[in-house]
Design a protein around this ligand. Structure first.
Ligand code: ZN
Length: 334
């Protein structure tokens, strides 16, 4: 009995080997149905959501897609040559295909979406958030609140598409400083030419929610819901905000646009990007917070680090490295 058990797999393996070598058995031309080659490449991507548990909260990373950025032409406090060298060292090619990630938090009593993707504002590889939300098992009408890290098209553009609220039952939360800045004619007039379109885009995204009293403004540090609080990181925009989430002693931080170009800004955190409203303040936020996150081994959700953008920072020389969370099925039923 034991002997047969050993022999059978060996026999099957010998037949398979003979077949692969063309030594008898069915040839592929005799098999029924089209071959793989006859179908051509499908050229579709997998639904992009990734789930993890944080204490009692369920966190779902959702991709809105990607946007190609010519990073060597967009960064300051670093030379274009250094940018290109750092990108090459991370096997990135220009223009860098930059992730746009949003995050769903199911607290058990509330469904919160952190950032809303770009909608139709950021080109053909964007606007995938709703499809991925549905693939993840939720509908946009279920969202109770959208928590914005800031008012930039790739974070707030998905709130409103073609004048329609995409999250019809949600209240939008954001820092008052960002709202006031984008609705200020004086600030718009003073803004550099490459940032002016952000003003009208932001107003168009937010106005339909304001019209039905579905915008809630906070200022700086605030607790929005049990376990969910804001951390001011004003600099990238006047009201740029991180969200800190804690459940059962486990914590993670959603750090918005603290990083746009991981391959560059982790080794060189002083490097800034042309999207920054106040570049020195944005760099100071990044340098101070990176140190804390690395020292405290904080779990991070990053809007612009390759999907799912979940991981940790660790020190490396004078800079930092990104350590993605290991793929895990813990707590999942399938
Ligand atoms: Zn931004």
């Amino acid at each position: 009995m034991q002997f047969n058990k050993l022999l059978l797999p060996l026999a099957a393996s010998a037949i398979l080997t003979a077949s692969l070598l063309g030594l008898g058995g069915c040839s592929s031309s005799e098999a029924a149905g089209p071959t793989g080659a006859a179908r051509g490449a499908l050229k579709t991507q997998a639904p992009a959501y990734y789930r993890m548990q944080l204490g009692d909260f369920e966190i779902t990373a959702l991709s809105d897609g990607t946007v190609p950025l010519p990073l060597d032409q967009m960064m300051s406090n670093i030379s274009p040559d250094e940018v290109r060298q750092l990108l090459a060292a991370s096997f990135e090619t220009l223009p860098v295909e930059t992730a746009i990630n949003a995050y769903l938090v199911n607290t058990g009593s509330k469904l919160l979406l952190i950032d809303a993707g770009a909608g139709k504002l950021f080109g053909p590889y964007g606007n995938r958030l709703l499809a991925n939300l549905r693939a993840a098992g939720y509908g946009p009408e279920e969202i109770d609140a959208v928590l914005l890290t800031h008012l930039h098209g790739d974070h707030s553009g998905g709130l409103t598409v073609d004048g329609q609220r995409m999250f019809p039952n949600a209240t939008v939360y954001l820092d008052k400083a960002d709202r006031d800045y984008r609705f200020s004619a004086q600030a718009e007039a003073a803004a550099p030419a490459n940032q002016k379109s952000m003003f009208s885009q932001s107003r168009e995204s937010l106005a339909p929610y304001e019209a039905v009293n579905k915008v809630s403004l906070f200022q700086g540090a605030a607790q929005l819901f049990p376990g969910i609080s804001t951390v001011a990181a004003h600099g990238h925009t006047p009201g740029h905000t991180l969200y800190s989430i804690e459940s059962q002693g486990q914590k993670m931080v959603f750090f918005g646009d603290l990083v746009h170009a991981a391959a560059v800004q982790l080794p060189q955190p002083q490097a800034t990007i042309s999207f920054d409203a106040d570049e020195p303040a944005a760099a100071a936020d990044r340098i101070a917070m990176f140190g804390n996150f690395a020292a405290q081994r904080t779990l991070i959700a990053a809007a612009h680090i390759s999907f799912p953008g979940l991981g940790y920072l660790r020190t490396s020389g004078a800079g930092y490295q990104w350590v993605p969370v290991p793929y895990s099925l813990r707590g999942m039923t399938n």
